[in-house]
Ligand binder design. Structure first.
Ligand code: KG4
Ligand code: ZN
Length: 332
């Protein structure tokens, strides 16, 4: 029989995306439309603008992905879409579209947790990666350490008690007047600065539970900006180093609490940061573990990771009913 083909849809934040992936991890097509320009004047994602933009972008992206792969909807075997967590208006657009396609074409539907998309994405880029692995999931909305045992089978070892790592990058960018989205801008500025120039706190460093906290760091960055004593690159570099120190200390702690891991893995938008990747790679080497990080385009939001999570869930028999709800909050 022909290889199973999964259509994946993503619309939980400010990227609209559609992708076609095979059950053995070949990416046949992936299309993405970013809404960055629409949200830029507001310095962050406006939910109402996002939902409307998803409505306009999604159908043409699906058609473009099918055209790229030289396929029709009939040849797709499984329809997968992000069903949460995220901005509810956008999630509903993607999920309702997937339901309509699944119903019309008579194909199974898979409701994917966006976090599971990120969590399994390293297995799409590295087909040798085996369960269980320790995952640092760092995005705009989440900062977690997960034990990934299989599709639908996760243990959360740590989370943030306030802001997510990407949120801290975005807020720091705003404070420094670097624009939106903040992460890449802060990384660029940090490359020109001295990471030791500004004394900043490392919240929760050394505590037994490997949780995160970034709110205090954000306040300290605000005070550093207001003091007028430091250059933007120095603040950016010092901030990035403080985040790295926290991520490394907390992940090192989690490694001592998780036995039998095959690898240390990072995923989510913040994993696009080269300095963070380098520090994690060193940590993995110190523990004699392989380090796995998806390519940059697969770290930030995309539909290939949703299609792939759909592929993994389909293979495990985890199919959803057409009544499955969109969920703004949905812990893994
Ligand atoms: O996973 P993602 O695309 O969307 C969410 O699910 O949140 O992550 C977006 C987040 C944003 O906060 C963005 O500023 C951050 O990832 N990010 C970065 C970098 N690229 C994106 N943070 C630090 N350094 C980067 N190079
Ligand atoms: Zn994401």
């Amino acid at each position: 029989a022909a290889m199973t083909i999964i259509l994946g849809l993503e619309s939980s934040c400010d990227e609209t995306a559609a992708a076609l992936v095979t059950a053995d991890g070949r990416i046949l097509a992936h299309r993405l439309a970013t809404q960055e320009e629409a949200h830029r004047p507001y310095g962050g994602v406006v939910p109402e603008i996002a939902a409307r933009a998803h409505v306009e972008a999604l159908a043409p992206l699906i058609e473009a992905a099918l055209t790229d792969a030289d396929m029709t909807l009939d040849q797709v075997d499984v329809i997968a879409a992000t069903a949460g967590p995220g901005l509810i208006g956008g999630v509903m657009v993607g999920l309702v579209t997937a339901k309509a396609l699944a119903h019309a074409a008579g194909k199974p539907l898979i409701a994917v947790n966006h976090l599971e998309g990120h969590a399994l994405s390293p297995r799409l880029s590295d087909r040798t990666l085996q369960f269980p692995y320790l995952l640092l999931l760092v995005s705009g909305g989440h900062c977690q350490i997960l034990l990934v045992r299989g599709p639908g089978d996760y243990a959360r070892l740590a989370t943030t008690i306030d802001d997510a790592a990407g949120e801290a990058f975005d807020k720091t960018a705003k404070l420094l007047g670097l624009g939106y989205p903040g992460g890449p801008q802060v990384e660029k500025a940090a490359a020109q600065g001295n990471p030791k120039a500004v004394p900043l706190p490392r919240p929760l460093l050394g505590t037994a539970e490997p949780h995160f906290s970034f709110a205090g760091l954000k306040s300290a960055v605000m005070r550093a900006v207001q003091s007028g004593q430091y250059s933007k690159p120095d603040i950016a570099a010092s901030f990035q180093q403080a985040v790295i120190d926290c991520l490394i200390d907390r992940t090192r702690r989690a490694l001592t609490q998780a036995d039998g891991m095959t690898a240390l893995v990072v995923a989510g938008g913040v994993a696009a940061n080269q300095a963070i990747r380098a520090a994690l790679e060193q940590l993995a080497a110190d523990h004699g573990l392989p380090f796995v990080a998806p390519p940059l385009w697969l770290c930030t939001d995309n539909a290939a990771m949703i299609a792939w999570a759909g592929a993994e869930r389909f293979a495990a028999g985890l199919i959803d009913d057409l009544t499955v709800p969109a969920r703004p909050r949905w812990p893994l």
